[in-house]
Design a protein around this ligand. Structure first.
Ligand code: GLN
Length: 387
């Protein structure tokens, strides 16, 4: 038989940078500030609710759109935080995390050859999902280090075949929270070019400066947006893979059309737990943010104390350090040496650019304070690796 491997359309995406760095990190017993997952688990009452559901049921397939109780809890979530009314029956789909939401949306919405505009630096599953769905990626390239989205940046990537724009705020990996004026630009751009907007809002509760605006709260975007989020980040349950999309009925129908054949439905007992999570009192979210603000400040000041110049993220649990001014011109090779020689893992952001050019490296601070301290201590020898 002819040897078969990864299909040609996925070859450019190789293996995910997150798995690669995590594997190398494990091999070298490094402190892993690469892949973004907390080293602590979400609230006990949420895990207890899921555990009880595993013992007592339900343990059989959920409806493909998600348990009605979870779809209602998601609806209440958008009312509670953004004052937006959602129809749980026709506008919500529970997916396998936000990554599942991205895949289902691309597969359900795109026609072969449809172009999707991605903004650099992007999350690595966007281009791969577009390509799996038969779409074509185009790129908008805001200038670093500001990464501000303006009309010219977006217009440069649009053609008559563009069908969708993908945005992400709070933004991984830059830690930016879009300004009101950027949302104005996005809204006008989508209306003018008649685009679907895919708005990845998975870091919605991790905002330190500014406010998160949901695309759903904008009248002109409400009917053309697919908003995706999950319980992974907000409730420190990334391994549950419970996410969702919210979109107007025709878009939801498209998403469900794909979802029924990619996953059909996602873990039923964990959906029961997710209901308890979404209904937690305000005090949970205040404490959650307080904890993250303190970890952010700890990592940022730690990095500064050893002579680095990290950005202070407005949101997410990531910070970026640009080592180009210190002479680093290959972020990937540098991250490998950081793991091998110093025992600290970070993500090279070249993985999030079309031309893979070297960029800043990303550190995650969703870790216990002592782990962050240990990372800083190890990184204090970073000078030895610099040219
Ligand atoms: N969202 C996580 C990050 O950016 C990674 C998720 C994954 O590994 N696919 O680090």
């Amino acid at each position: 038989m002819t040897e078969r491997g990864l299909c040609r359309r996925l070859q450019p995406y190789g293996s995910s940078i997150f798995s690669e760095i995590s594997a190398l990190s494990a091999r070298h017993n490094a402190v892993n500030l690469g892949q973004g997952f907390p080293d602590f688990d979400g609230p006990e009452e949420v895990r207890n609710a899921a555990a009880a559901a595993v013992i007592d049921g339900p343990n059989q397939y959920a409806p493909l759109a998600g348990l009605p109780s979870l779809r209602h809890a998601i609806t209440a979530w958008y009312q509670r935080w953004y004052g937006v009314a959602i129809d749980p029956d026709h506008e919500v789909t529970v997916t396998s995390g936000c990554t599942g939401a991205i895949g289902d949306a691309m597969l359900g919405v795109l026609e072969p050859g449809d172009e999707v505009l991605l903004i650099e630096p992007w999350y690595d599953s966007y281009p791969a999902s577009v390509v799996m769905a038969g779409g074509v990626c185009r790129y908008a390239k805001p200038a670093s280090p500001g990464y501000v989205i303006d009309r010219d940046v977006l217009e440069a990537g649009v053609t008559s075949k563009t069908r969708m724009l993908v945005v992400n705020s709070p933004h991984n990996p830059t830690g930016r929270v879009y300004r009101e004026s950027e949302w104005d630009v996005i809204e006008a751009f989508c209306v003018e070019h008649d685009l679907v907007l895919f708005s990845d809002e998975v870091y919605e509760t991790l905002v330190f400066d500014g406010v998160h605006r949901s695309a759903l709260a904008r009248p002109e975007l409400r009917s053309r947006s697919i908003v995706a989020s999950s319980v992974g980040k907000t409730f420190s349950l990334t391994g549950w893979k419970i996410g969702w999309t919210v979109a107007a009925p025709p878009l939801t129908e498209a998403i469900r059309g794909a979802h029924q054949f990619t996953s059909f439905c996602v873990s039923t007992p964990l959906q029961v737990g997710a209901v308890v999570a979404l209904e937690l009192p305000d005090s949970y979210f205040e404490e959650f943010l307080r904890g993250y603000r303190s970890r952010r400040d700890q990592l940022v000041s730690g990095l500064r104390s050893i002579g680095l110049d990290p950005i202070v993220p407005q949101g997410t649990y990531f910070t970026l350090v640009d080592l180009a001014p210190l002479g680093v011109d290959d972020d990937r090779a540098f991250c490998e040496r950081l793991i091998r020689d110093l025992g600290v893992a970070a993500i090279p952001t070249s993985a999030f650019h079309e031309d893979r050019r070297s960029g800043p490296i990303r550190f995650a601070f969703c870790k216990q304070p002592e782990v962050l301290d240990q990372a800083i201590e190890r990184l204090s020898r970073i000078g030895e690796l610099l040219p």
